[in-house]
Design a protein around this ligand. Sequence first.
Ligand code: GLN
Length: 486
Amino acid sequence: MNIARAAEALNNQAVTSAELVEQVIANVAERDGVVKAFLKLDAEKLRKLAAESDARRAGGKALSEYDGIPIGIKDCIVTEGETCACASKLLENVVSPYDSTAVAKLKALGFIPTGRLNMDEFAMGSSCENSAFQKTSNPWDANRVPGGSSGGSAAAVGARLVPAALGSDTGGSIRQPASFCGIVGLKPTYGRVSRYGLVAFASSLDQIGPMTTSVEDAAILLQAITGADEHDSTSLPLPEENFVQAVREATVEDLKTLKIGLPEEYFNAEGMSAEVKQAIDASVKKIKAAGAEIVPVKLPHTKYAVAVYYIIATAEASANLARFDGIRYGARQEAKDLIASYFASRGAGFGEEVKRRILLGTYVLSSGYYDAYYLRAQKVRTLIRRDFEEAFKSCDILLTPVAPNVAFKFGEKSANPLEMYLSDIFTIALNLAGNCGISVPAELGSESSMPIGVQFIAPALAEAKLLKAARAFELLRGDFPAPQGC
Ligand code: GLN
């Protein structure tokens, strides 16, 4: 059951929260042995929270229509009293003493934060293969990756283990795994959702967002977690908007009023597979036939986006991860003195990709190289943002692929980090620009039969418009299948 249906069933007394939670526990027992999306799931705690929710509802005191619905949580978004390892050995036994604002807001509406979902260590990666603990498989094909870094969230929702989950997106980590697992993934505008309690990877890019099986559910979760927060000075005070209503009002007819831009650079990118191209082209054709105006646009600085991202994100990561030294946080390796202990703790605790990023980030920030790399990347970041501003002068929404390929096989890209980085080409530019974007399942690939998502991108803070367009597309597309056995 997705969120909307679960809410309806709870409110009609057709189901209890206890039943919903038992279903999650049973799903995980039956199917997560193969999928391996959950790092932790405390069944007793869930049962207790569900009983409390049912008691509230029975007493007419439900916290909202969603009271009692379980939501999976990515391992880098902290929940009080639960581990927050970020899938890293270094933080394996760290328990959070507080709730992230996103989780606190979910709890305030009665949603039940459910377990800890696997990810690439510290959200660095595109396949979940960088988790220190386990490899999550794609629910559509156990030999393939679920994408990353929010691969556990995507696989859990794709396999219908939980109704929905939260993920985080720094350069595509919500949208790319959503596309790989056949679900909806929304990256909100930078500042739309508080980052308080999201373990920082690259602070100028990170956002928390919904991973769901429908656009309506994405709107429900966004509505739940949005809002200014005194704990995060980059969260924005914004006028209240009703995203759920916007989505419920959307119809296929809305497409007739939309100008949809196709950025040239995203359609002739090197390395794009034939089946992805075919699927995106088919979606464009359908949207056009439904009455949308399709306009070609240009984002000329796209070719620099990967390089700029891997300078800025690693620079910020190298600073953010400095606190994980075994003294302030994390597993400590005793050594002959303080400095030796730092080296030993970080050396033993961080995985290879995290170390690579810290080294890269430290290098681009070091004196002598700062101007040549970091400062320059910041300037090109501005040019990338201006590209989007320019493009949005001639259209309402952009439509692009999410990733150049469908979910790949384990080990296919992990030996070559550059190849892995290059596959982020369609998702990272909008994090650099601060826009919002959503990945919606389009069809199954003609060769692989794996899900392929289409990405819609809107200007900063235009989530209502984005969600409406995504919903119109979803209606046009019709039902999207779940993987076999789910
Ligand atoms: N794949 C990108 C990276 O490895 C994006 C990760 C993310 O969005 N957290 O950095």
